[in-house]
Design a protein around this ligand. Structure first.
Ligand code: PLP
Ligand code: TYF
Length: 402
């Protein structure tokens, strides 16, 4: 039957992880996948997650019954509150919906799928940032929504191309869908400032565009969960109806547990209910109902004041180690007098740095130095530690000079 089936290309980032794992060189460095690593280069189970784990194990009332189709209520409510803020007017007005999804990816998919069926402007395109996380295009195209790009990264300044971004928003057809990263942009590590968010919101509002936030790094950007939610809360305050996909993979280190949420801010409670009912109908046909474990860990922490504080500390541990590594890499490149300006390494935010290294340079890094990173020059800062940062800086110095 499938004699003519064509092989699909591998996911670039997962393929990097596999090549790294197969490499036997002792100094190899993995700066590919955006997953937190300790100073020892190991995955980190957050201490607060271990605590929540014990609480769940000791809870004799836990069973393995199906969750409701839209997921665990405590998790959905706590997730919406985490991103919108406890004092959110939209929450108080009862017009915020939520669906527990298969992590951030599933939340983006669920929102995209809903838009493909119910967005009132037929044929509306979704604009994604150039560049962005590769799955954005795959997800929206997969549900039949045309995908276009808006400028984001300015190679000359190694910062935000605000003019290009606003220009694309202006010239897009009214009522287009815009996928925005609320903080810690993947892959560039460049975020708009509050004043730039205001300008973005002005155009989004004037053009009647629909805002779809994809929030995979709350807690990783500014070191404060509230500050990292600034853009989302600001848009909601201004009265936007919007979607927010939330991932707990990074900020809880729950990568494999697939804990995510789609928060829906609707115009009225009644519209919110109808949206949720359609999401439930669609969810039933894809996953029936979401998995429980990750969401239980998250809701245990988010609904307990003491554990929440501890979680914030765990987040600081991760965010600070990354900031420390930015500084260490910058200092090392400065010490080596590596040609070029490297201040963007310390200026960029979140898990990634968009180094400006070119695809041929990346190739040499891999082949000569066994350093793994994506072809666009993105590095996952968490892959650096005090044992490998000098080696990496020397490798960068070599490829820049040769
Ligand atoms: N969105 C962005 C921008 C991401 O970087 C990621 C990956 O971490 C995700 C969504 C989804 O991640 P996950 O499905 O693992 O929660
Ligand atoms: O960009 C990253 O590294 C993370 C992890 O298909 C990831 O977002 C990468 C690729 C992918 C799913 C997650």
């Amino acid at each position: 039957v499938f004699e003519d089936i064509k092989a699909a290309p591998a996911d670039v980032i997962f393929a990097l992880t596999a090549s790294y794992a197969a490499d036997t060189y002792d100094k190899k460095v993995n700066l590919g996948v955006g997953a937190y690593r300790t100073e020892e280069g190991k995955p980190w189970v957050l201490p607060v997650v271990k605590k929540a784990d014990h609480i769940l194990v000791d809870d004799n009332n836990l069973d393995h019954e199906y969750l409701p189709i839209l997921g665990q209520k405590a998790f959905r409510e706590a997730s919406a509150k985490l991103i919108l803020g406890a004092n959110s007017k939209a929450l108080a007005e009862g017009r915020v919906g939520a669906a527990q999804c298969i992590s951030g990816t599933g939340a983006v998919y669920t929102g995209a799928h809903f838009l493909s069926k119910h967005y009132p402007i037929k044929g509306a395109a979704c604009y994604i940032s150039k560049p962005t996380w590769a799955n954005h295009r795959a997800i929206f195209e997969g549900v039949g929504i045309p995908v276009l790009e808006y400028p984001y990264w300015d190679p000359a300044t190694k910062g935000l191309d605000l003019k290009g971004m606003l220009g694309a928003m202006q010239s897009a057809a009214n009522g287009s869908i815009f996928l925005l990263h609320p903080c810690a942009h993947n892959p560039t590590g460049v975020d708009p400032t509050p004043d730039q968010w205001r300008q973005i919101a002005d155009v989004m509002e004037a053009k009647g565009h629909f805002t779809f936030f994809d929030c995979a790094y709350q807690g990783f950007a500014s070191g404060s969960l509230d500050k990292d939610a600034y853009s989302v809360r600001y848009f909601v305050e201004r009265g936007f109806e919007l979607f927010v996909a939330q991932s707990f993979s990074k900020n809880f280190g729950l990568y494999s547990e697939r804990a995510g949420n789609l928060t829906v801010v609707a115009k009225t409670p009644e519209i919110k209910n109808r949206i949720e009912s359609q999401i439930a109908k669609a969810q039933r046909a894809v996953i029936s109902n979401p998995p429980a474990y990750g969401s239980r860990i998250v809701s245990t922490v988010l609904t307990n004041e003491k554990l929440y504080k501890e979680w914030e500390q765990n987040l600081s541990t991760m965010a600070n180690r990354i900031i420390h590594m930015r500084k260490a890499l910058f200092d090392e490149l400065t010490r080596l007098q590596t040609p070029g300006k490297w201040n963007h390494i310390v200026d960029q935010i979140g898990m990634f740095s968009f180094t400006g290294l070119t695809t041929p340079q990346v190739k040499v890094l891999k082949e000569k130095y066994h350093v793994y990173l994506t072809d666009n020059g993105r590095i996952s800062m968490a892959g650096l530690n005090s044992k490998n940062v000098k080696y990496f800086a020397q490798a960068v110095d070599y490829v820049v000079r040769n």
